[in-house]
Design a protein around this ligand. Structure first.
Ligand SMILES: C[S@@+](CC[C@H](N)C(=O)[O-])C[C@H]1O[C@@H](n2cnc3c(N)ncnc32)[C@H](O)[C@@H]1O
Length: 283
């Protein structure tokens, strides 16, 4: 199982289930990054926005608040579980709708949106250039694209720490930095090429670093256990350990617990996160 595995089809199965189950913890982890992307996206009243890979809808709701009832937000996600959660959680009167579809081929209204937005939802396409070219057709001429994506796995402590901690137990999984998955957009030159080839102009890629509050608990001890549960349920560590023996999983748990114990944090374990905030404009 490659470290960057996490392609589109997984989200309709276990990954989607786990994201629903751990949604609140994941939202807490991702909020700072989403807020940074939202700030540069600058949604305005009456605008129409598309939230790509919207998950359980947290950022779609934030966009809907900003565009108001004179505007509209469409959240698209491939995961039926996450779209069901987003629909169930939609606040009364919010100007937002959800569509379960593969964004790479979803039937989208042409030249209908002022803004394409995503919080970590655009790194999973098998063929990113045609996917972005397809989505761009839904953007008005001159419309904006803004998204957050992870930098490389090596720069992201929330994956680097657990994966290096278990290295003595399990050989590191093969790494293809361009394979669809959370770290597929680690290389900014690749992002720029994909977006330019897909027909976007004015591509700007800015690093954004923030501590990720990993797990949560009333005490530090509880937070460490919660962080451990999360690392074993969602993300690269959980995928690397899937199908391994109970003994190996228990040894990995001890090692990762000790490693988390070295990191700061009172009610969450603070792990360094490294993202790109990407903006571009439709020609
Ligand atoms: C890391 S999660 C982020 C979810 C959400 N944007 C958030 O910040 O909470 C990635 C999301 O992208 C979705 N996704 C992956 N591939 C997709 C595709 N081809 N079309 C639409 N959604 C996709 C997944 O189902 C998942 O909800």
């Amino acid at each position: 199982m490659a470290i960057n595995s996490g392609s589109t089809h997984e989200w309709t199965g276990t990954s989607g289930d786990n994201w629903v189950l751990h949604q609140q913890r994941l939202d807490r982890m991702l909020q700072t990054f989403g807020d940074a992307a939202l700030a540069v996206a600058g949604p305005r009243p009456a605008e129409h926005a598309l939230d790509i890979g919207c998950g359980a809808g947290t950022t779609s709701f934030a966009l809907a608040e900003r565009v108001g009832t004179s505007g509209h937000v469409l959240g698209v996600d491939i995961s039926p579980q996450l779209i069901a959660r987003a629909e169930a959680d939609t606040p009364d009167g919010a100007s937002v709708a959800f569509q379960r579809a593969d964004a790479a081929s979803a039937p989208l209204p042409p030249a209908a949106f002022d803004l394409l937005f995503s919080r970590f939802g655009v790194m999973f396409f098998d063929a990113p250039t045609p996917a972005f070219a397809h989505i761009r057709k839904a953007l008005k001429p001159g419309g904006r694209l803004a998204f957050a994506c992870w930098r490389s796995a090596a720069e992201n402590d929330w994956v680097r720490l657990p994966m290096t901690t278990i290295r003595h137990l399990l050989a590191p999984p093969p790494s293809d930095p361009e394979a669809p998955g959370p770290f597929a957009f680690g290389d900014p030159a690749r992002i720029e090429q994909i977006l330019t080839d897909a027909g976007f102009d004015d591509v700007a890629i800015t690093p954004f670093d923030a501590d990720i509050p990993y797990g949560h608990g009333a005490t530090r001890a509880e937070a460490i256990e919660d962080a451990l549960g999360l690392a074993f349920a969602v993300g690269p560590l959980s995928r690397a350990l899937a199908g391994q023996s109970e003994d190996l999983r228990a040894a990995a748990e001890d090692a990762v617990r000790a490693a988390f114990g070295q990191r700061p944090g009172a009610t969450s374990i603070l792990l360094e996160g490294a993202a790109w905030i990407v903006t571009a404009r439709n020609r």
